[in-house]
Design a protein around this ligand. Structure first.
Ligand code: ADP
Ligand code: ZN
Ligand code: ZN
Length: 726
């Protein structure tokens, strides 16, 4: 027998199937097992994707089989091949998404006392601090050896005081015991219509794509829960995706409290070991529901009944590392393969999703009322231009917002303040000569971190000390710009000395559980004001929050991107939606320098339809998505000349191709990428606008194959409708 093996390599030229002989000792191998094979004069790892009887080549044998059982089923292998073809990447770059995280789980080793505690203490040498300390730690039971001093442990074992034991146990991604069981609600009419539709599809095993457009607080989550319950009752499984930022303990709790230990949670703060445990549990079939961020779409579940993308409009559903997939497309393919339903849900669907629903490609359900007829918050727009000139108020918090905050403090009601970080540069520059501190590896300004008083590059991670004087002109007036959350916090402390303020941003939530801690404090009433970045806009359901303030609505409006309006509308809607979810009606204050902007006006009225009509007309007029695809092609290399030559060759190829597709391809470039250097790699870019009438995929595979044949080494990245334009 001969095995067909794909090698683990991102080099496009090695990314193909090679034949190997299967020696007698490995006759039990199957598709989806990883193997070690000779390749040229070295050894490489690969995966078996099939078998054949004969081969036209002289073959070498497989040297080692690395798995006892397949890590990936045959259907997943086909899925990888589909992704490789669709997203122009190597097989292995997609395969590793489906396979367990690298950390091979070792059994956990524990130490425990085998004599009573007092006896243990008396049998060691007096004054041995380390031994005493270790015995103290073991007083209440077994402790992982990795947490103790191994030399001391060996000594104690020799003395017959302790013994070792090994246990294999699942480390839980959440604390089971914390969650109470919750019962399902009687659905409202609006909810029932959607649930009935989904139930029928799930039970019949018919694939379909459904868009649920429901305002904030309309009860979308209850719909998800009941559809998932239908899956479980029918022996099927479900994947529930939410943006990483919304994967709050509150969110997780709603699933765990309904489905208990049937739920696995996958998020980015899991350690590799925890991640592997979750993977293993799912793989073993112990799990019916996977809740997680984008990458959970690759969870090794079988027999899927439904895949749900909550807040489907979020950018984070688009991967910006290779493979540069859109989660919607991957989920749709998985649903088609498994005869499952894809449910997209949002209060502010993305323009292209809503467009598909309008045109009948997706089934559309709308829930336009909040549960219990709770009113949408009253939104007040404050013109910040007037603040400085009419009121001489220099504070970033308007007088109107100040008085609303005061009211809330007096009434003991809670407030959420949102600061849109984007555009609020925290770069360091010289006030005298204008010098900006840039990263030496990347062509981009460094960000100032107050806590450590250091400068950090957010692209490559390079850090350096801050300057006290300008390196160009020696002026001491070099400082960081921008109104970060810390500054607003200081301002709040000055304006409202009696208010208890909690700040939630990347600084305060970076440690594990940081997020959880802040939200718990806020929910317990240990603070009056929650101030934060994007994190406070998503998925929080605190009934006693009655006021929401948006400190600067403009920062996302003025972005140089055709999606700026879409992003702003959804951001404003989401954040205002945090107010008034309980019995007391909510208020929102939006501060802006552009009070007449259509997007802000529609957000004030909670009017998605009008926003959509207006925006889609503009997209049509300008020929932007969904009426075309925008493709970013970036060629990069650590050698300066190669990518420049390559991008020119590729542009010639495109020009030639365009001749046969008149009027369907618009090319911008070639030019240096907006960030011309990242991590010492020089980058050149072509932007393409491809009309829907063009077979874009065949053009792009032409480019991909053409680039492979060029002399010299460079990397090509093809990104379709990128969210990140750098
Ligand atoms: P969304 O996800 O659309 O923002 P939620 O699912 O968070 O809305 O629902 C808002 C609130 O209404 C929640 O507190 C939820 O528990 C409650 N709720 C939703 N549906 C029902 C129902 N059918 N019966 C009782 N309470 C409900
Ligand atoms: Zn200077
Ligand atoms: Zn850098």
């Amino acid at each position: 027998m001969i095995a067909k093996v794909i090698i683990n390599n991102k080099d496009a030229n090695i990314d193909q199937c090679f034949d190997y002989l299967i020696p007698e000792e490995f006759s039990g191998v199957s598709v989806g097992m990883r193997v070690s094979v000779p390749l040229g004069n070295r050894h490489a790892t690969g995966v078996i994707i099939g078998f054949s009887e004969s081969s036209p080549f002289t073959l070498k044998p497989i040297s080692k089989v690395l798995d006892k059982e397949p890590v990936c089923s045959e259907s997943k292998i086909n899925f990888c091949l589909w992704m490789k073809e669709k997203y122009f990447c190597s097989f292995y770059q997609t395969f590793r998404l489906f396979t367990p995280p690298q950390s091979r789980e070792k059994n956990v080793r524990y130490a425990r006392l085998i004599v009573p505690y007092e006896e243990a203490l008396s049998s060691i040498r007096k004054g041995s601090y380390l031994q005493t300390e270790t015995i103290e730690k073991l007083k209440d039971g077994a402790v992982e050896t990795s947490l103790l001093n191994s030399a001391v442990l060996r000594t104690l074992e020799k003395k017959g005081i302790i013994e070792f034991l090994t246990k294999r146990e699942y480390r839980e991604a959440y604390d089971q015991s914390k969650y109470k069981k919750s019962e399902k609600y009687v659905p409202t009419c609006e909810q029932k219509a959607v649930i009935d539709y989904l139930d029928e599809k799930i039970i019949k095993g018919e694939t379909d794509t459904v868009l649920l457009h429901g305002v904030t607080g309309s009860g979308k989550t209850e719909v998800f829960l009941q559809a998932i319950e239908t899956c479980i009752k029918n022996g099927k499984t479900a994947i529930m995706l939410v943006p990483e930022i919304s994967l709050t303990p509150q969110m997780v709790q709603r699933f765990v409290s309904r489905f208990g230990s049937d739920v696995a949670v996958i998020h980015s703060k899991l350690s590799p070991g925890e991640r592997l445990d979750q993977w293993q549990k799912i793989h073993d079939g112990d799990i019916s529901v996977v809740v997680g961020a984008r990458s959970a779409i690759f969870a090794p579940l079988e027999n899927i009944g439904i895949i749900i993308l909550d807040e489907e409009h979020e950018n984070s559903y688009k991967s910006d590392t290779t493979p540069k997939y859109l989660t919607h497309d991957v989920a749709k393919k998985r649903c088609e393969d498994e005869n499952a339903v894809l449910l997209l849900a949002s209060a502010t669907p993305s323009l292209s999703t809503y467009y598909k629903a309008q045109s009948g490609e997706y089934k559309l359900f709308e829930m336009l009322n909040r549960y219990n007829d709770i009113k949408m918050p009253e939104v007040n727009i404050v013109d910040m231009r007037g603040e400085i000139f009419a009121f001489r108020n220099m504070s970033p918090i308007s007088l109107a917002l100040q008085s609303e905050i005061r009211k809330n403090l007096d009434n003991k009601e809670k407030t959420i303040l949102f600061l849109n970080r984007r555009g609020y540069s925290t770069f360091v520059s010289c006030r005298k000569c204008g010098y900006v501190v840039n990263c030496p590896n990347c062509d981009i300004s460094m960000t100032y971190h107050k806590k450590t008083d250091r400068l950090v590059c957010h692209y490559c991670g390079h850090t350096q000390g801050n300057y006290t004087a300008c390196p160009e002109c020696s002026s001491p007036n070099i400082r960081y710009f921008g109104t970060g959350t810390q500054k607003i916090e200081e301002e709040l402390n000055t304006l409202f000395p009696d208010a208890r303020v909690l700040r939630m941003d990347t600084d305060t939530t970076s440690k594990k559980g940081g997020h959880e801690e802040i939200l718990e404090k806020f929910s317990k009433g240990e603070a009056d004001i929650l101030l934060g970045t994007q994190m406070v806009t998503k998925g929080l359901d605190f009934p006693d929050v009655t006021l929401v303030g948006v400190l600067a609505a403009d920062t996302s409006l003025s972005l140089d991107d055709f999606r700026a309006g879409e992003r702003s509308f959804s951001l404003l809607t989401q954040v205002c939606g945090r107010a008034g979810r309980g019995f007391i009606p909510g208020r929102a204050v939006i501060q802006t320098y552009q009070p007449d902007n259509q997007v802000i006006k529609h957000a004030k009225e909670h009017d998605y339809k009008s926003f959509y009509e207006n925006e889609i007309r503009g997209r049509y007029r300008m020929n932007y998505p969904p009426f075309c695809d925008i493709v970013s092609i970036i060629i990069s290399s650590d050698n300066k000349e190669v990518p420049e030559t390559h991008i020119k060759e590729v542009s010639k190829f495109i020009k030639e191709y365009s001749k046969h597709e008149t009027g369907k391809i618009y090319m911008l470039g070639p030019m240096e990428a907006p960030v011309a250097k990242i991590n010492n790699n020089y980058r050149y870019r072509i932007l393409l606008k491809c009309k829907k009438s063009l077979d874009t995929h065949s053009l792009l595979s032409g480019i991909y194959e053409f680039h492979k044949k060029l002399k010299g080494k460079s990397f090509i990245s093809i990104d379709i409708n990128p969210t990140n334009m750098i």
